[in-house]
Write a protein that binds this ligand. Structure first.
Ligand SMILES: [Zn+2]
Length: 76
């Protein structure tokens, strides 16, 4: 299940949520103030593995569009 990162604009707190892809666009509530937080894409890390077994990180892309064939994070 992918991990999504959120940031609360009220208290400037970042937190991560593990949630199914089908819920990624839903609002998450800040653990501190309970206001809705915005999803952060910039720090999203996605790992892929080539045929030699080496894992590499693809930064900056949400897994939904990373295009990796064997991305462990993308695997549902
Ligand atoms: Zn907050």
């Amino acid at each position: 299940m992918p991990i999504y990162e959120y940031v609360c604009s009220d208290c400037d707190v970042k937190f991560e949520l593990l949630r199914p892809l089908s819920q990624f666009a839903e609002a998450a509530s800040c653990p501190h103030c309970r206001q809705s937080a915005e999803r952060v894409l910039s720090n999203f890390a996605c790992f892929s593995r080539d045929e030699s077994g080496v894992s590499s990180m693809i930064g900056g892309n949400p897994c939904a569009s990373c295009g990796a064939d064997s991305c462990d994070t993308c695997a549902m």
